[in-house]
Ligand binder design. Sequence first.
Ligand SMILES: C[S@@+](CC[C@H](N)C(=O)[O-])C[C@H]1O[C@@H](n2cnc3c(N)ncnc32)[C@H](O)[C@@H]1O
Length: 267
Amino acid sequence: MAVRLFEDQDHAADYLKYRVTPNEVVSHIMELLRKRMALPAKLAIDVGCGSGQGTVLLAPYFNQVVGTDISPAQLQYARKCDNVTYKQCPAEELPFESGSVDLVTSMTAAHWFDRPRFLQEVGRVLRGGGCVALLSYGLDMYLELGDFTDKLRQVCMELYTDLHPYRNPHLGTSSMQIYKDMFNLWPHPDKEWHEGLEVRRATTVNGYINLVETFSPYRKCKEDNPQEAQEMCNRVRKRLLDVLQVSSPETEVTLVTKYFYWVGCKP
Ligand SMILES: C[S@@+](CC[C@H](N)C(=O)[O-])C[C@H]1O[C@@H](n2cnc3c(N)ncnc32)[C@H](O)[C@@H]1O
């Protein structure tokens, strides 16, 4: 079973504004692919592309890139690029001919899909020698600033504990485990698992709170109890400012996101 979230316009706009674009992870993945296929190759598809933040990163490596997503609201904000187009469709029914695709990616999205059906569809659309690359991160991102880092991190971890009861049951308890399970399901021997790639981005305390507000457990909490959600944000903002011994929520900090990813290729 797949899960449909991310469907409203505000969420799509915030998503584009506050989520991290995974440039470094895509570069790593392309290095792994370069050992397996000549680049630029013909066609890549990015499934669950959302607003196309990751999709456009594939553009230099392929003649054509197609981002696909089930949500029209997300696609409405999709990033433009000369050789990138978008299609609305479910991940489990990709409108591409069998054996026609060089690379299928899914960036921070495959955990929402009907995973076995998606992988079967990936196997169908990939050409012989074509590859799949899935990347994501867990809810363990943290803020960094010199000697304050340990305490900032503690505040972030406590927030995730508070959000845990609102986690969608489709995700189980560990996002990384979902991706490991998919990795294990990939039926061909040429596959590689990687984890612990830390991506750093400058942000502010408010920027971090805005990011948290795009997380699905936070959105569930807000749906169930808007006041509790608002209080949670205010409390975390105040605690972060107290740790930093400042009053401005525009104080700059570094957001550290830990990615995991895997690549699998068809013989
Ligand atoms: C967390 S967002 C990630 C978006 C984008 N890949 C990124 O990294 O910013 C997950 C995306 O998956 C899409 N999605 C969820 N279930 C889907 C499905 N079954 N088929 C296609 N897209 C789906 C959502 O609409 C959403 O845009």
